[in-house]
Design a binder for this molecule. Structure first.
Ligand SMILES: NC(=O)c1ccc[n+]([C@@H]2O[C@H](COP(=O)([O-])OP(=O)(O)OC[C@H]3O[C@@H](n4cnc5c(N)ncnc54)[C@H](OP(=O)(O)O)[C@@H]3O)[C@@H](O)[C@H]2O)c1
Length: 358
């Protein structure tokens, strides 16, 4: 049976374009059971919306015969042809936009970080639950086939044995001096800085690869951290977090906007060998190499599909909504709350407060 899901895209920006690319490619290839129909682009400027449709190549052929409406945010929320809203705007806007979408009866997939702090996340989780609407933070990394492959090896076949240690880094030289101070990477009023933007992925690897449980069920861990706050922008551009689980395993989870990171971007050390993860963008793991201590043939897993990688989470959302589920089992809301509270703790340990915290 084919599942159809009608999307409204909020924010005609960078990540929204990469997201819709995958929806359209999926339709064009007639891959799998889901057809994603983009019915509305919600934007601050109709010109920007029209340019978005052209630049991101949404056309009637790859969008099930539909050219999306270009609308104000307000009109998108009122649009009966929108079943689920994808929110691709800067972090501090997520809270009021998710709230507005839920209050308009829409399901929501919201970009990471879900909110600026746990307090706001909790508010939205309670609202979605009270409205019985689907809500998920778009932690696309969790849905990649390479992650599925590695998790099976770690937690099902247990071929790598006991997990001891993970190094995971998400760093890139953002050339901050060339960006205007109003850039969402730099501006404290847009919750700029490294931890919430990319450090969240390093933490996510600490959650994915060192623990097979989620949210309230997760294995207990402690965190110690350092953030380097930029003297001009007053936001963090170096973030180092050590996560120690009750079983003794440790994650050394780092991020930086000052410098490019290493390749492999992650290395997981276990009693029977190690795994290395490779990607141009550590949010989307493309290749995993597993090396065994006993000299047996290494395993290399690679997945080159032409998708940016958003299709995996988008399909999961479509299956959930079509089945009447209000949360996703791979990225449940309790896991969002756990990661948000971990990031709150890191900021607290380093005296880093956003205006949105008050
Ligand atoms: N999953 C991932 O790997 C990934 C990658 C990058 C970003 N993200 C997340 O996606 C979100 C958006 O990031 P992005 O890089 O796409 O940002 P962006 O291109 O700077 O902005 C996205 C859109 O948000 C609206 N917007 C931007 N700045 C605004 C401001 N100051 N006030 C009001 N609206 C503003 C604009 O939409 P309109 O003008 O059209 O209304 C803009 O096109 C962030 O939360 C980020 O963490 C996720």
């Amino acid at each position: 049976m084919t599942i159809e899901l009608k999307w409204g895209i909020l924010g005609a920006g960078n990540i929204s374009c990469q997201f819709v690319h995958d929806l359209c490619l999926n339709n064009e290839r007639k891959d799998g059971a889901v057809r994603h129909i983009i019915t509305s682009i919600g934007t601050s400027s109709s010109q920007k919306g029209s340019e978005f449709i052209e630049k991101c190549d949404i056309n009637s052929k790859n969008n099930e015969g539909v050219i999306p409406a270009v609308q104000s945010y307000e009109d998108l929320f009122k649009n009966n042809d929108v079943k689920v809203v994808y929110i691709g705007t800067p972090h501090p806007m997520h809270k009021s936009q998710v709230e507005h979408a839920l209050n308009s009866g829409k399901h929501v997939l919201c970009e990471k970080p879900f909110t600026v702090n746990k307090k706001d996340a909790e508010y939205l989780v309670n609202l979605a639950r009270s409205k019985k609407l689907f809500l998920m933070e778009a932690v696309w990394t969790r849905f990649f086939p390479a992650i599925e492959f590695l998790k099976k090896l770690l937690f099902e076949t247990r071929k790598l044995g006991t997990i001891h240690r993970l190094f995971a880094d998400f760093s890139y030289d953002a050339e901050l001096a060339k960006l205007p101070p109003t850039s969402r990477l730099r501006d404290i009023n847009l919750a700029g800085g490294t931890l919430l933007d990319i450090g969240i992925y390093s933490l996510t690897y600490g959650r994915i690869l060192l623990d097979n449980k989620l949210g309230e069920e997760s294995s207990k861990f402690q965190v110690k951290s350092f953030l380097t706050l930029d003297p001009t922008d007053k936001v963090d551009y170096n973030s180092s977090v050590i996560m120690k689980y009750a079983n003794g395993s440790q994650g050394i989870l780092t991020a930086s906007n000052y410098t490019d990171g290493p390749s492999p971007f992650a290395r997981l050390e276990c009693s029977n060998g190690y795994a290395e993860l490779f990607a141009q963008n550590p949010a989307c793991p493309e290749k995993v190499k597993v090396v065994f201590k006993d000299g047996s043939e290494p395993i290399v897993y690679e997945n080159n599909t032409g998708y940016n990688g958003f299709i995996y989470e988008a399909n999961a959302v479509a299956h959930d909504i079509s089945a009447g589920r209000t949360e996703n089992a791979i990225m449940p809301l309790a896991e969002t709350l756990l990661v948000m509270s971990t990031m709150d703790g890191v900021r607290q340990e380093n005296g880093f407060v956003y205006p949105h915290d008050y």
